[in-house]
Design a protein around this ligand. Structure first.
Ligand SMILES: NC(=O)c1ccc[n+]([C@@H]2O[C@H](COP(=O)([O-])OP(=O)(O)OC[C@H]3O[C@@H](n4cnc5c(N)ncnc54)[C@H](OP(=O)(O)O)[C@@H]3O)[C@@H](O)[C@H]2O)c1
Length: 359
């Protein structure tokens, strides 16, 4: 039942290509994965809410806009139609919002999205299914996350939605469905169509200050995650779960990387982990009466102050995926933040003039 393969003879040899549906094709992870698929010669169909956004995005990258299907991920019928004729799917669409008023919508969108996209792909017997989960679905403060970690309890609507999606996906995997789950930590990198959480944090570090607290910051470069997801689509084995932890740096190590990149000492404020966690819990209470979108939550502060590094997944080597150096990741991210108007020339310092710097 789980069989795919579109084999194309390409002059010098045989190239295996797939036709892949990418949900969230105008989002950070989805767009980078679609780009990596196109670069590898695969056919891409995007599932998007806004075709014009897709046109602007892909043309801005100098790419031909892939075929687009417009719809909501919760719409089972529209998703089923979009899956028709595809060999694989990458489900990267989700609603990420910390606003209290969005809680119900976040939970419903994300769980229904997995039911229709992953469930639809399983029912159709697709051989290559990639689901973008999150390490946060397995995170217990202060504890290492083993490969067979159970789903962890979560407080926020987003956290609860990712936990419930994880449970649904695991049930299908137990039945043998070839779903490959990736578990990213924070995701950073250039060309973010919105300003997702970890890139928002990088902007705060360079624009405002770095809070030097306990533990550190772990993030994966979106381009490395995209390569991993393309490699997993090509896998012929059944279900599997792969950690995309990326690089971990203690807060002071990360601050030093930024110092070197921008050519000045970035502002640092030491704050105890305990105080940060209290601030997060207070923010959770305040949010009930005054809804704000700043990423200060009890859950986020547990992650920021009690993170235990996720080691490199042994699967990466076998899949031929390597994380790029941190200076490249954060250098490209900060430079993009500047070019996109999120940081000023002064804030990125030496990164704005790489040639003069080299000279
Ligand atoms: N970013 C991180 O640091 C991070 C870390 C760990 C895990 N993840 C996971 O990675 C996945 C992708 O996240 P991301 O950073 O790429 O987020 P993103 O940039 O916000 O992209 C989310 C995408 O989902 C689409 N979407 C939202 N609601 C939809 C709906 N009802 N119907 C159809 N499409 C919908 C959005 O469409 P529009 O473009 O129209 O808004 C957008 O393209 C998510 O599952 C997230 O939980 C992210």
């Amino acid at each position: 039942m789980w069989g795919w393969s579109c084999v194309v003879s390409a002059g010098l040899g045989v190239v295996e290509t797939m036709r892949v549906l990418v949900t969230g094709g105008t989002g950070f992870v989805g767009a980078h994965t679609a780009r990596a698929l196109l670069a590898a010669g695969h056919g891409v169909r995007l599932y998007v809410r806004d075709r014009e956004k897709a046109v602007r995005l892909y043309r801005g990258w100098g790419l031909e806009v892939p075929e687009c299907v417009v719809g909501d991920i919760a719409d089972e019928g529209a998703v089923a139609e979009a899956l028709s004729g595809c060999d694989g799917v990458v489900h990267a669409a989700a609603l990420v919002s910390l606003k209290a008023r969005d809680a119900e919508r976040v939970y419903a969108t994300n769980t229904r999205g997995v039911a229709s996209v992953i469930g639809g792909a399983v029912r159709r017997g697709l051989a290559s299914i990639v689901y973008v989960s999150s390490v946060s679905a397995l995170f217990v403060p202060g504890q290492a996350i083993p490969a067979d970690a159970p789903v962890a309890p979560a407080r926020s609507a987003y956290g609860r939605s990712k936990a419930e999606c994880e449970r649904m996906v695991r049930r299908w995997q137990e039945e043998g469905a070839p779903i490959r789950t990736t578990y990213p930590t924070g995701i950073v990198g250039p060309d973010d169509p919105g300003l997702s959480e970890a890139n928002h944090a990088v902007r705060t570090f360079l624009r405002d200050t770095m809070v030097m607290t306990s533990s550190g910051f772990q993030a994966v470069d979106v381009r490395d995650l995209a390569q991993l997801q393309v490699a997993l689509l090509k896998e012929s084995e059944g279900p599997r779960r792969v950690f995309a932890g990326g690089r971990y740096l203690a807060w002071e190590e990360l601050a030093r990387v930024f110092d070197e990149l921008v050519g000045r000492r970035v502002r640092r404020v030491p704050v105890s982990g305990g105080l940060m966690r209290i601030a997060g819990r207070v923010a959770d209470v305040v949010r009930r009466v005054w809804d704000f979108d700043f990423p200060l939550t009890g859950e986020a502060m547990e992650i920021a102050t009690r993170w235990v590094p996720v080691p490199d997944d042994p699967a990466l080597d076998a899949l031929g995926v390597q994380y790029r150096p941190v200076h490249e990741t954060y250098g490209d991210t900060a430079r993009w933040l500047w070019r996109a108007g999120h940081l000023s020339e002064r804030q990125v310092g030496a990164l704005a003039h790489p040639v003069e710097r080299a000279a």
